[in-house]
Design a protein around this ligand. Structure first.
Ligand SMILES: O=P(O)(O)OC[C@H]1O[C@H](OP(=O)(O)OP(=O)(O)O)[C@H](O)[C@@H]1O
Ligand SMILES: O=c1cc[nH]c(=O)[nH]1
Ligand SMILES: [Mg+2]
Length: 209
């Protein structure tokens, strides 16, 4: 689909298989999510602009690069927190924003409950992270909130997407590229992605007992 990158790498497919496995305990799930975020972040940040700098090796001066733009990572709570550490390993100086949002279980509509977006978002490269893109409601609303706050260069990164969610997000925000490890078969009648990996937030935080 236009505007959607499905990252094709055997190491990411291996990690996703661990995450899909219902017997993976939450400690391993959390660590594996961080490893997957490293690969997703590596791909999603490919287009960041370099700024040329001169550096000095122990032997001579040579051209080098730094990042031209500030990077913001914005986690959709709770499950988005599972991807933050991986992104911060790639760009340790990134600023981190939080958007609290849960899906109303009946209507499957997102309900916002918290917002903390660091200032300077207008000029930043903003990576919205949430492992699951199901109906797309949460992602669409999160991006709208960021745009209201002034963000202009926004990327959406998830682990598993439903075709419906990709379509909804691209329709509402055609300027936002989606990077994901997989686009799964479908959404079921309760709004879960099939085959999916279950409720990502519950599995990261061990609240699925
Ligand atoms: O595309 P959508 O249909 O909006 O569904 C996706 C959302 O659902 C999950 O969050 P959830 O509501 O379970 O909150 P949690 O992260 O606190 O568990 C997930 O982490 C996304 O934010
Ligand atoms: O399959 C799904 C759908 C929404 N949220 C999840 O955590 N999992
Ligand atoms: Mg959840």
């Amino acid at each position: 689909m236009d505007g959607v990158t499905v990252v094709d790498h055997v190491l990411l497919r291996r990690l996703l298989s661990i995450l899909r496995d219902k017997d993976t305990p939450h400690r391993v799930f959390r660590e594996t999510m961080t490893d997957a975020a490293l690969i997703l972040g590596y791909e999603a940040m490919r287009g960041l602009r370099p700024a040329e700098v001169e550096i000095e090796t122990p032997l001579e001066r040579t051209p080098g690069v730094r990042l031209a733009d500030e990077v913001f990572v914005v986690a959709i709570l709770r499950a988005g927190l599972g991807l933050v550490d991986g992104f911060l390993r790639l760009v340790p100086e990134a600023r981190v924003g939080h958007l609290g949002m849960y899906r109303d279980e009946e209507a499957l509509r997102p309900v916002g409950y918290y917002e903390n977006i660091p200032s300077g978002v207008e000029d930043a490269e903003v990576f919205v992270v949430d492992p699951m893109l199901a109906t797309g409601g949460s992602g669409v609303q999160a991006i709208a909130r960021l745009k209201r706050a002034g963000a202009r260069r926004i990327h959406f990164v998830c682990l598993v997407a439903a075709p419906e969610g990709c379509r909804a997000l691209r329709e509402a925000h055609p300027d936002v590229h989606i990077t994901t490890a997989a686009v799964d078969r479908e959404l079921d009648e309760t709004g879960y992605i099939r085959p999916g990996l279950g409720d990502a937030g519950d599995r990261i935080f061990g609240t699925d007992r």
